[in-house]
Design a protein around this ligand. Sequence first.
Ligand SMILES: NC(=O)c1ccc[n+]([C@@H]2O[C@H](COP(=O)([O-])OP(=O)(O)OC[C@H]3O[C@@H](n4cnc5c(N)ncnc54)[C@H](OP(=O)(O)O)[C@@H]3O)[C@@H](O)[C@H]2O)c1
Length: 260
Amino acid sequence: MQTDKKVAAVTGSRRGIGFAVAQRLLEQGYFVVVSATAGEIDARQAMDSLRKISENCVYIQCDISDERQRENLIESVSSKCGRLDVLVNNAGVAPAARMDLLETTQESYDRVLDTNLKGTFFMCQLAANAMIRMRAQNITGFMPRIINIGSISSYVSSVNRGEYCISKAGISMVTKLFADRLAEYGIPVFEVSPGIIETDMISSVKEKYIEAVHKGLTPIGRLGQPKDIADSVLALCSGMLDFATGQVINADGGFHIRRL
Ligand SMILES: NC(=O)c1ccc[n+]([C@@H]2O[C@H](COP(=O)([O-])OP(=O)(O)OC[C@H]3O[C@@H](n4cnc5c(N)ncnc54)[C@H](OP(=O)(O)O)[C@@H]3O)[C@@H](O)[C@H]2O)c1
């Protein structure tokens, strides 16, 4: 697995937004570490499809809510690839069932927060320490960076999935904290904040969202596609925005614009 190519690890990249990010990074010549909760057999279809773009990818199973699996992912990348240029913290879950704030269960709260917020925080920490060590090795072309996938839910209230909103609001602060702490090491940290993106995650509410978008919910009148988010990630990987650490890219069809 040792490679001279830039190495990117993308959590939750067996499908949806993460898969599109992996595709785009492979197209740009990165070596991509694809990762998700599924075992190797269930990841085979996604990997076969990615290998049609390039053989420069590998699958490492990692449930980001599990400390040991988080450590294994970053240790494996460090030891086998020798470098980690980009970590995309994309893995995330919605509540298994949307429940009113007055009835949210502790189980759902813990599941969503443990994955989306705690998982992302400690993935940032592990990657940051690995990138700081790699910085000292003067690796050719090394351009370390961390990109967190947040959500419009970080600032929009949805009272039937409060635990998700809280987790995404937390990710915004995780981005700011690590951007602040890692600036001295030349490691920018960014957030991409997707709007409504057509993936499995929204399948249960897709028709409702399509109707809302058609009625003018967003200035750009269409649902987002995973590629829209992948392209934002690529822009942040380019190095052209590196005086802007901690910046949030609202890849949301203009949803964040308050309108009168
Ligand atoms: N879709 C939207 O409208 C939207 C909007 C704003 C933000 N986002 C955010 O974008 C990210 C990707 O969402 P998506 O729509 O692509 O979701 P998705 O289609 O449901 O795919 C989620 C991916 O994350 C993986 N995953 C779930 N739990 C994980 C865990 N504990 N550890 C590691 N991987 C895990 C899944 O793994 P398996 O494949 O193994 O199941 C899957 O590959 C999430 O953070 C989500 O909150 C999505």
